[in-house]
Design a protein. Structure first.
Length: 585
């Protein structure tokens, strides 16, 4: 039996063979077969446009010659020329058999491809994870899964911004208004506790700016106090360091609980408090080598204007570090420790310029791996009422969102299964709510802005995660009722003659190519769209044709095997997106 991917290789060889025979031309490029827009046009097609220039015949004429020369055989049922395309019709029985066999076999061990670092999430320790972090975390995790599926060695990294002026704002607010409060005493998660003080600082600073009619918020007394605290921190002041450690311990504890709940894992955590010193050392060395210079106000700056960028401060006049300082140190640490072929940093689009500056600085510093850095961006996640602003407290916290979604999921589950146990209800609601959030954030290209609508994302119908889970559960229900009873029945795929069955088969065939395409484009939405398509094909087939009450046992068995293949693909695809399948809804 020929593996189904080799059917394509067979057709490609046939095309090359006939081209050489008829036109005395060897085709070195890979023959690309596509699927026609309509089933009646064939199962696969080959465009003859690229051959026209070399062979000096029209694409239509080439297609006609090839169609006459490639004869039907055990794989190819028929060939037709339709305009400039050579179209192939495949023997369906062979096609079905090989799809099934391929899915049943264990995955072959392939050579591991180069090592890639993917850095994502990267929160600040002054507030809880919010919906924006959710998009970065879920997108980063799914991309890592997809890359691993394509045999890359992946290192998942979380770079935490745990120092700087924003952290000192929360620290100063706690120092002024905390009154020995703790998350435990207040019965609140640590990251939420600290985040409340960060918002309190911003509100107080804004109030001072308004009342005193100060032009810039950076000129307020509160902001200057926070800046002094940052300087004390970098000088190693014991009281400041002790407060910082306490604040960060609370926040990191909260982060880890949230990551665990949503299924996000990292191979390595880096902290800005550990990387900024190396960045500063690199900058001071660059100053000696005259790559950067010291301004009159003592700030260290680099001029990037000849590279189409602006001048960039690398160290403030008081010697304290900025974001790019720690990012320089982090880049060096990553390459020293892991020596990857590529380091991908995933952030929101608002940081595009920052990374253009960073990568250019790394080039000017003459790091041999400077060109191996890649910035991958995603757009914002908005609410129906507009953009989130963490300084104003107008954000959707991940924990609050999860709680709300789980409650909504429980209501939907109870409608369908009022007698479900409390334990099963809780477990199922968690899986469904996570599927709703994750799929909603992954089903569109990272380049698109998302308006997150909790109710729409949780629907059991339409383009949602729960819809895919429901489709998988429906298949499992059918298989559990019938498949084990038919073990003695041989599989006869020649019984599968319906167009809906054939559409499912061709969709299954595309799975591995879809995964590769999602990786090549760094876009899980390609896989998400595919999963919706295969689920739609199954549901169309399910409503048009009986499975359990099929016309014969042979047809029933063949259809059961076909939908079993759909279930395998749905489970694999959902898992690659970081979504758990559910056997019962």
């Amino acid at each position: 039996m020929i593996k189904y991917k080799n059917m394509i290789q067979y057709i490609e060889k046939q095309i090359k063979k006939i081209i050489f025979k008829k036109f005395n031309t060897k085709i070195k490029e890979k023959i690309i077969l596509e699927q026609p827009p309509e089933s009646k046009m064939g199962d696969f097609c080959f465009s003859c446009f690229l051959l026209a220039k070399e062979i000096k015949k029209s694409p239509k004429e080439i297609a006609e010659i090839l169609a006459q020369e490639i004869k039907p055989n055990k794989i190819i049922k028929e060939t037709k020329s339709i305009g400039p395309y050579l179209n192939f019709f495949i023997h369906r029985k062979i096609f079905f058999e090989n799809i099934y066999k391929n899915l049943q076999e264990k995955k072959e061990q392939k050579k591991t491809l180069p090592k890639i670092i993917i850095e994502f999430s990267s929160p600040n320790t002054n507030k809880p994870l919010h919906l924006g972090h959710f998009r970065s975390s879920i997108l980063g995790m799914s991309l890592a899964n997809l890359l691993e599926e394509n045999n890359y060695k992946i290192i998942r990294i979380n770079s935490v911004n745990d120092r700087g002026i924003h952290i000192c704002k929360a620290m100063l607010a706690y120092q002024k208004w905390g009154r020995n409060k703790t998350p435990k005493k207040e019965k609140i998660k640590g990251d939420h506790f600290v985040g409340n003080f960060y918002v309190l600082f911003e509100q107080a600073a804004k109030k001072e700016q308004t009342e005193k009619k100060i032009e810039k918020i950076t000129e307020t007394t509160l902001y200057k106090e926070a800046l002094k605290m940052l300087k004390k921190w970098e000088q190693g002041d014991k009281k400041t360091i002790a407060l910082w450690k306490k604040i960060n311990r609370w926040v990191l504890s909260g982060f880890k609980k949230t990551y665990q709940q949503i299924g996000i894992k990292f191979d390595k955590w880096y902290f800005e408090s550990q990387t900024y010193k190396l960045g500063r050392e690199i900058i001071l060395k660059a100053l000696k080598n005259k790559i950067c210079y010291k301004r009159l106000d003592e700030a260290i700056e680099i001029d990037l204007t000849q590279h189409g960028l602006n001048k960039k401060v690398l160290l403030r006049p008081d010697g304290t570090s900025v974001y790019v300082t720690q990012d320089i140190g982090l880049a060096k640490l990553k390459f020293n420790e892991f020596n990857p072929a590529q380091s991908i940093v995933l952030t929101g689009t608002e940081q595009i310029y920052h990374f253009q500056v960073l990568f250019k600085i790394l080039e000017l510093l003459k790091f041999k791996w400077a060109k191996q850095n890649f910035h991958l961006t995603h757009e914002l996640v908005n609410l129906p009422e507009g953009r989130m602003k963490s300084r104003e407290g107008n954000v959707v916290d991940s924990d609050n969102l999860l709680d709300e979604m789980q409650q909504m999921a429980q209501k939907e589950i109870k409608k369908r299964n009022p007698n479900i146990s409390i334990k099963e209800l809780s477990q199922r609601a968690k899986k469904i709510s996570l599927a709703a959030i994750k799929f909603h954030l992954l089903k569109v290209s990272p380049k698109q802005v998302i308006c997150f609508d909790p109710k729409k994302s949780l629907s059991f119908e339409g383009a949602t995660g729960p819809y895919l889970q429901y489709t998988y559960a429906r298949i499992q229900s059918i298989l559990n009722k019938t498949l084990n009873k038919n073990n003695d029945e041989k599989i006869d795929f020649s019984c599968l003659e319906k167009d809906e069955e054939w559409e499912i088969a061709k969709c299954i065939f595309n799975f591995s190519d879809i995964v590769k395409k999602a990786v090549e484009n760094y876009n899980p939405a390609i896989l998400a769209e595919y999963l919706l398509k295969i689920a739609s094909h199954f549901n169309k087939f399910y409503h048009a044709h009986s499975i359990i009450k099929a016309e014969s046992k042979k047809i029933q068995k063949a259809r059961l095997i076909l939908i079993q293949c759909v279930a395998i693909i749905l489970k694999k695809g959902l898992n690659l997106l970081g979504i758990e399948e559910i056997k019962k809804m």
